[in-house]
Design a protein around this ligand. Structure first.
Ligand code: ZN
Length: 290
């Protein structure tokens, strides 16, 4: 069955940019009768905001979203990530790196040069990296079209577990997308250049590759991305219908203006029945003040 997901990090409340990803992933899944899951990507406690996970779920409810199954929390998935690392270790794909930030900053190339590749077994105070010798990755994005990236040249051997013991986003997302049976990933275009790394990992772990659809970014009038760091206002917990209508407009779905008087669930129902991904364009969307 077609299965999509919305996977926020609890570093702060949802904002208008997150709503586009929630809306588009929801419509893509539901329009084909598929499932829609919510996953809280709470991998990095120092960066998280206390209470944000619960706030995010209340924001989704206030916008009328209904998810299937239980909420998944990545903070409860460490055994699965460790098992994936163990598999890669047994396959001889990992090494333990003690290069400092300063060491890496001195390099001319952005790609990791393979300095610590000889260290194929655990050692203390080390990050765990994946050996990347793969051919260039090719995939077709549902909106941005044919993509190609030579991960060995652009990123090199990338980190799967940090020196401080935190699991890397790339590892957790690949393990959980497969474990949850995700068939389609819909998310912001700022993650387009993470996709090739995730496909490399899927191939090394013998996991399927889902379809990808990246959405145009929501930007401020000066072109900077709307984010918690740029003080995008949080979505409110009441009176969300105008925001849903605005999000549908930003996704070029042309909702009828009178829909604004309806409840959020009714607006989402309209959105699913009328969803047309052909209307999306890759052009960044300039946010208008609410
Ligand atoms: Zn190193």
């Amino acid at each position: 069955m077609r299965t999509g997901r919305f996977a926020p990090s609890p570093t702060g409340p949802l904002h208008a940019g997150s709503l586009l990803a929630a809306m588009a992933s929801y419509c893509e899944a539901r329009a084909s009768g598929g499932r829609w899951l919510v996953r809280i990507e709470d991998l990095d406690p120092p960066r998280e905001m206390p209470g944000a996970s619960d706030l995010i779920l209340r924001q989704l409810e206030a916008c009328g979203f209904e998810w299937d199954g239980d909420i998944r929390y990545q903070s409860r998935r460490h055994e699965a990530y460790e098992a994936a690392l163990q598999q890669l270790h047994e396959q001889g794909e990992l090494f333990w790196c003690r290069c400092s930030r300063a060491d890496l900053a001195r390099l001319a190339s952005p790609a990791y040069p393979g300095t610590c590749r000889p260290f194929r077994s655990p050692r203390p105070e080390a990050a765990i990296r994946l050996i990347v010798d793969a051919d260039p990755v090719q995939f077709t994005d549902g909106l941005f079209g044919a993509q190609q990236e030579d991960v060995a040249a652009t990123v090199g051997d990338f980190v799967l577990k940090r020196r401080d013991g935190l699991y890397a986003y790339q590892l957790a997302v690949v393990v959980d997308d497969a474990d949850q049976g995700i068939t389609q990933v819909v998310r912001g275009a700022d993650l387009l250049d993470n996709t090739a790394r995730q496909i490399v990992l899927q191939q090394q772990l013998g996991l399927p590759t889902p379809e990808y659809l990246h959405l145009p970014l929501l930007v401020h009038p000066d072109g900077s991305k709307l984010s918690k760091q740029t003080f995008a206002p949080p979505l409110p917990l009441t009176e969300t219908s105008p925001l849903l209508l605005r999000a549908l407009g930003q996704l070029r779905q042309s909702p009828p203006p009178e829909l604004v008087a309806e409840r959020p669930a009714t607006i989402l129902d309209w959105a699913v029945r009328h969803w047309d991904r052909q209307r999306l364009t890759t052009t960044a969307i300039v946010a208008t003040p609410s």
